[in-house]
Design a protein around this ligand. Structure first.
Ligand code: AMP
Ligand code: MG
Length: 391
């Protein structure tokens, strides 16, 4: 059995980074920028007023000084002339500052009578002018790769990009296996249960940049599984759920091998989730997850999300570990790394009392996976432990 970090390293070696495509800006949030983009212009393109007021020459800005208002500069409509001595231009936020002015006196600090203004306050050292290029200049770079946040979309728009180069969404085919499974909404017979983690994994993958296809449930026989595998053709990542243990109904490894899977590993020293397998299968990466609902979801967080991020050109890194103070004691851990369902708040973390890998209620109430390293000693309340956020 290999360790979690060994399994993840092997998975990373199996990853092929997605091709890129151009995506309309308005659909690019959450996508991964594939190549750096350069600003196509300078912003602001001109020295702009940051306030409503009067543009003047600061040399003349003495208390009670008077100016003749000779024109107006509004956003989108600049004052074309040059400011002479004793002259002011009425100016509004976002408007170009006229030539000859280097100060905008805010309107609250001015008394206006007809075309004449009088300054009511001393200079405060604030020009109320945004210099040209204050935000960015032509050629300035937004680096890649990066997951495009709403603020990045605003910046890319401001840089005048209508389409962005992004990595293509990996197509993920999800295959549930089991004679006992039916789809949500169907009526199970007394021996049947609902395929659940299938939908949890779909949600997890889609929330992190994948396009998913849920394939029909494969039954526990070779012909059925082969048929369903054939439907996964062309997927970048094939995920199977269940049928991965050593029971006689667990045929995923055999069938996948007969269809060309070059298995990289099978079984990982972790709890939950031991019977995990992976390898390349033609143009697809195949990951076989255990069927237990919580095991599959935990493997989703520990393995599939880092793999998905790597496919999207992001750094090959394990799930981010945070630390918190244990709010109660924990017994020593066995030889497998344990990912305990837990809740954390205000720097403290508490493991759920029941850790059975079939309990989706507990998983749903948890927002963290508390990590127990292999053979970790017993821990007392107040000790620091590591966890992964799953909220
Ligand atoms: P298996 O790995 O096929 O032996 O499955 C382990 C356990 O997980 C069994 O109790 C299965 O009924 C259950 N199981 C397998 N696949 C799913 C699924 N997609 N959704 C919910 N439970 C599942
Ligand atoms: Mg099964």
């Amino acid at each position: 059995m290999i360790s979690v970090s060994e399994a993840l390293s092997m998975l990373f070696t199996l990853v092929r980074v997605q091709e890129t495509e151009m995506c309309p800006l308005s659909l690019s949030a959450g996508r991964v920028l594939a190549t750096p983009i350069a600003a196509k212009l300078t912003q602001p393109p001109f020295a702009a007023s940051s306030m409503d007021g009067y543009a003047i020459n600061s040399i003349e800005a003495d208390l009670h000084a008077q100016f003749a208002v000779v024109g107006e500069s509004a956003a989108g409509h600049r004052f074309e002339g040059k400011l002479g001595a004793g002259q002011a231009v009425r100016i509004f936020t976002g408007a170009p500052v006229p030539e000859g002015a280097d100060l905008v006196v805010i309107q609250e600090d001015v008394e206006r009578r007809g075309k004449l203004i009088t300054l009511l306050t001393e200079k405060d050292g604030n020009s109320n002018i945004r210099p040209a290029g204050q935000d960015f200049c032509t050629g300035d770079i937004m680096p890649a790769p990066r997951v495009l946040a709403p603020s990045d979309i605003a910046l890319a728009a401001s840089m005048n990009h209508a389409n962005l180069p992004v990595f293509k969404k990996p197509v993920v085919a999800i295959i549930s296996t089991g004679d006992e499974l039916v789809q949500p909404g169907e009526s199970p017979t007394p021996d049947q249960i609902i395929a659940s983690n299938t939908y949890g994994l779909k949600a997890l993958m889609e929330a992190n940049g994948a396009e998913t296809r849920i394939l029909p449930i494969a039954r526990d026989n070779r012909a059925s599984l082969e048929t369903i595998f054939s439907l996964a053709d062309g997927a970048d990542l094939i995920i199977t759920i269940g049928g991965a243990s050593v029971g006689e109904h667990d045929i995923v490894a055999d069938v996948a091998a007969s269809l060309g899977l070059e298995q990289s590993f099978y079984k990982v020293a972790m709890r939950p989730g031991k019977p995990l397998m992976a390898g390349r299968m033609g143009t697809s990466l195949m990951v076989g997850l255990p069927g237990n609902p919580v095991s599959a979801m935990v493997c989703g967080h520990i393995f599939l999300l880092p793999v998905l991020r790597a496919m999207l050109g992001l750094p090959k890194e394990p799930a981010k570990r945070l630390s918190a103070t244990l709010s109660h004691s924990l017994p020593s851990n066995g030889p497998r790394e344990h990912y305990m369902r837990a809740s954390q708040k205000d720097g403290y973390i508490k493991a759920a009392e029941r850790q059975d890998s079939a309990l989706l209620t507990i998983l749903s109430q948890s927002d963290a996976l508390l990590i127990r390293p292999p053979n970790d000693q017993a821990r007392a309340a107040g000790e620091q432990v590591e966890f992964i956020s799953i909220s």
